[in-house]
Design a protein around this ligand. Structure first.
Ligand code: KG4
Ligand code: ZN
Length: 333
């Protein structure tokens, strides 16, 4: 089954063609540069940029795969969670395309997309599927969810952030340090030259729960930067490395505890922050189970993950298959 899948929930216009939920035939991503000037995403600007990119990106995805619309079996698009104006562009475009081509349309939950990115591959060789049950950590600019995946499309939410999402914390600290947007890759880049033990920061430990809290860490980092400023120049690399150590430590510790408590067969990561190599290393160090993480390009928003999730949502249809209406919030579990 060939699915043409569309992702427009935030600031990436993604269109991909995925075969049988796993094999990527093409995966085109247009990132919106317009947000760098504002250091954050303006929803109206995001929607307008999606509108501009939607058709050329779709044509490119078909060309890259060497296919035409007549080679496609299903059209899928993210219908939530995300920015409503942005979601509407991709979902309406996808529905229009499906109608014109006489194909079925499937609405996809963006968070399911981040999970199912772990099923994708681009090589000739077919990698084994992740083993279930699994603990999944979905960490993005808007979400930090710790989930028990019992079976395909059966998710149980164990914990989530009670304030900022992990990616949001990376973005805010990056801005504080005068780094670019999005902040996660910037922090990771400068942290390579820093000492992670230079400035111990609180881990924000909600000790007996699986929930996360990152606003305390963010405030502590702000206070640290202000006091360093008073003493002279801020050692940006050391602060970035110390912050990265604190946040990845908090995430990894709960992932490891949940994996042990639920006796799972694998651990999976998803979402933009999962691209962070320090986070992957820390989780790999603390867990005994096989760790699956998509390549960085498939951790951040893309169409291929939507194609994978669409395939498994058709195969394991449940009551909660997302409707055609876009929604800003939509739980995974
Ligand atoms: O999944 P995603 O592309 O979009 C959302 O659904 O939100 O995630 C974007 C988030 C941003 O906050 C970005 O700073 C963060 O993922 N991110 C990273 C890295 N790459 C992207 N955070 C830490 N380290 C990275 N290498
Ligand atoms: Zn995302």
């Amino acid at each position: 089954m060939r699915i043409l899948a569309i992702e427009t929930s935030c600031d990436e216009t993604g269109v991909a063609i995925v075969e049988d939920g796993r094999r990527i035939r093409s995966n085109v991503i247009a990132s919106q540069a317009a947000h760098q000037a504002t250091g954050g995403i303006v929803p109206e600007v995001a929607a307008r940029e999606h509108l501009r990119a939607m058709d050329p990106v779709t044509q490119q995805a078909l060309r890259d795969a060497g296919m035409q619309l007549t080679d496609i079996d299903v059209i899928a698009a993210t219908v939530g969670p995300g920015l409503v104006g942005a979601l509407l562009v991709g979902a309406n475009y996808g529905r229009g395309l499906a109608l014109a081509a006489g194909l079925p349309f499937v609405g996809v939950n963006h968070l399911e997309g981040h999970v199912y990115a772990n099923w994708l591959y681009e090589t000739e060789e077919v990698p084994a599927e992740p083993e279930l049950p699994a603990i999944v950590l979905v960490v993005s600019g808007a979400h930090s969810d710790l989930v028990l995946m019992e079976a395909h499309r059966r998710f149980r939410l164990l914990g989530r952030t009670i304030d900022d999402a992990a990616g949001e914390a990376f973005d805010k600290v990056a801005r504080l340090l005068g780094l670019g947007f999005p902040g996660g890759p910037e922090i990771e880049r400068v942290a390579k030259d820093g000492n992670p033990d230079a400035h111990p920061l609180p881990k924000a430990w909600l000790a007996d729960r699986y929930d996360f809290s990152f606003s305390g860490l963010k405030t502590a980092t702000l206070r640290l930067v202000r006091s360093l400023e008073e003493q002279g120049a801020v050692p940006v690399a050391d602060v970035a490395a110390s912050f990265q150590k604190a946040i990845t430590g908090a995430l990894a510790e709960k992932v490891a505890r949940a994996a042990a408590e639920h006796g799972v067969r694998s651990v999976m990561l998803g979402g933009g922050v999962a691209a962070n190599l320090a986070l992957r290393a820390e989780i790999a160090r603390r867990t005994g189970q096989p760790l699956r993480v998509p390549p960085p390009r498939l951790c951040t928003d893309n169409g291929a993950m939507v194609g994978a999730a669409a395939f498994f949502s058709l195969r394991h249809r449940t009551e909660e298959v997302p409707s055609h209406h876009v929604r800003s919030s939509m739980p995974l579990a």
